[in-house]
Design a protein around this ligand. Structure first.
Ligand SMILES: Nc1ncnc2c1ncn2[C@@H]1O[C@H](COP(=O)(O)OP(=O)(O)OP(=O)(O)O)[C@@H](O)[C@H]1O
Ligand SMILES: [Mg+2]
Length: 397
């Protein structure tokens, strides 16, 4: 019998991906971080990569920081979080102290993004993170074991598998705890002793003093979504160990439009075969942001009452809609009318929880959309003609 050809040994080592779909913030903003660190002469808390002021500049942006030793050149630091500078300042001050930082708000208000940016600005990495789910266990907050080693040799420091929280304590970094309120309260409470005593005991090692101590620079940023089970279920003891900051949707309409435009443009760079910069239709963004804001707030700019759907009309969803419609225009350019796709996408955003939300959207069409169309705006007239889409019809089908 012919000998079966043996295949080359499988290489199980993890190699860096040649191209990443989404770069972590420390890579995306590596140059800005370098420029800030170079020009930052203010004192830094122990183990921080930047001073508190430079962390705020990294997140809120600044006109220019000096770079290079010989030539007087400067580098603009882009605005990443659209919102109050004071809020970011408070967050940074909290993280320099003993308490954790809890970012709460509606979905899609950039809580996770802000948490990552704060971790990257302070620690140079956002990699230490725990994602809270209904299935999160205490091991994921404290430590687990390599069971093969544990059975072979018994509990030993080598058999211990540290959680991201433990690693952050050992290295003096910021750890992020995403969606903390999705975890069971007893699991959340594993953080209480970590935040107050800054120490994690490991009784299995047999030694009464076996503990990991937090080194300077360690702190915790948690995020909580107001639509989830809720902050009210967190234990009072844990709440007392956090400073709470509420993240609100973007207040200014023009800034929200700019953000939707710039984020969607950036997102379209991935998956675009030509690699060319794609322009987003200005009228599309204008309509999209106006509609989202009206439905989010329950009141139009003109002061008309709007029946709000039960779904959250977040900026993040507006970015996703602008991106999806423009991507369709890239792939199917012939005779493409971006506005014609808007009602279908809006229905997709709105119809997530309650069937009644379709009626609410139809009510919006019969109210503000009709009134603006009757006032003579051609864009709103065009939208009014597309009302049939909301009733399930596909024009041109
Ligand atoms: N104020 C803002 N500044 C900058 N970007 C924003 C802002 N609000 C929303 N965004 C956009 O929304 C995206 C989503 O944000 P992110 O996922 O961080 O929200 P979240 O509050 O964590 O939502 P969720 O509660 O669903 O987890 C961001 O990547 C950004 O494009
Ligand atoms: Mg989030």
């Amino acid at each position: 019998m012919a000998k079966k050809k043996t295949s080359a040994k499988t290489d199980h080592s993890i190699k860096p991906a040649p191209r990443m779909q989404l770069q972590p913030a420390e890579m995306r903003y590596a140059e800005e971080l370098r420029a800030l660190a170079e020009s930052d002469t203010a004192p830094r808390p122990e183990n921080w990569s930047l001073s508190p002021g430079a962390v705020v500049d990294f997140i809120c942006g600044t006109d220019g920081v000096k770079v290079g030793k010989t030539k007087a050149s400067s580098r603009v630091i882009t605005e990443k979080f659209v919102g109050s500078r004071n809020l970011i300042q408070r967050c940074v001050v909290t993280l320099a102290g003993e308490r954790g930082l809890m970012l709460v708000g509606e979905p899609g208000t950039a809580k996770s993004m802000l948490g990552e940016l704060l971790a990257v600005g302070i620690s140079g990495t956002g990699a230490f993170a725990v994602q809270g789910t209904a299935g999160t266990t205490e091991d994921q907050i404290r430590y687990g074991w390599n069971y093969a080693m544990l059975l072979d040799r018994g509990p030993s420091p080598e058999a211990l598998v540290p959680s991201p929280v433990m690693q952050a304590m050992q290295t003096g970094k910021v750890v992020r705890f995403e969606e903390i309120t999705r975890c069971l309260p007893e699991v959340q409470d594993a953080l209480i002793s970590i935040l107050s005593e800054r120490r994690m005991m490991i009784p299995e090692l047999g030694d009464e003093d076996a503990s990991v101590f937090a080194t300077p620079g360690f702190s915790v940023i948690a995020t909580a979504n107001l639509r989830d089970r809720g902050v009210s279920e967190m234990s009072a003891a844990l709440k007392r160990r956090f400073n709470f900051e509420t993240i609100a949707p973007i207040a200014d309409e023009a800034r929200e439009r700019e953000l939707v435009n710039s984020r969607a443009t950036a997102m379209l760079q991935t998956g675009n075969p030509s690699g060319d910069r794609v322009e987003i239709d200005e009228a599309l963004v204008k309509l999209l942001v106006t509609i989202f804001r009206d439905l989010r707030s329950g009141r139009s700019n003109e002061g008309w009452q709007v029946n709000r759907p039960s779904t959250v009309m977040s900026t993040a969803e507006a970015v996703a809609v602008a991106t999806a419609i423009t991507r369709e225009a890239v792939f199917f350019p012939s005779g493409f009318d971006p506005i014609s796709r808007l009602p279908g996408h809006l229905l997709g955003v709105v119809m997530k929880d309650e069937a009644k939300d379709r009626e609410r959207l139809l009510g919006y069409w019969d109210g503000p959309v009709r009134r603006r169309a009757e006032d003579g705006s051609p864009l709103w007239k065009r939208l009014l003609e597309l009302r049939v889409v909301l009733e399930g019809e596909e024009p041109g089908a």
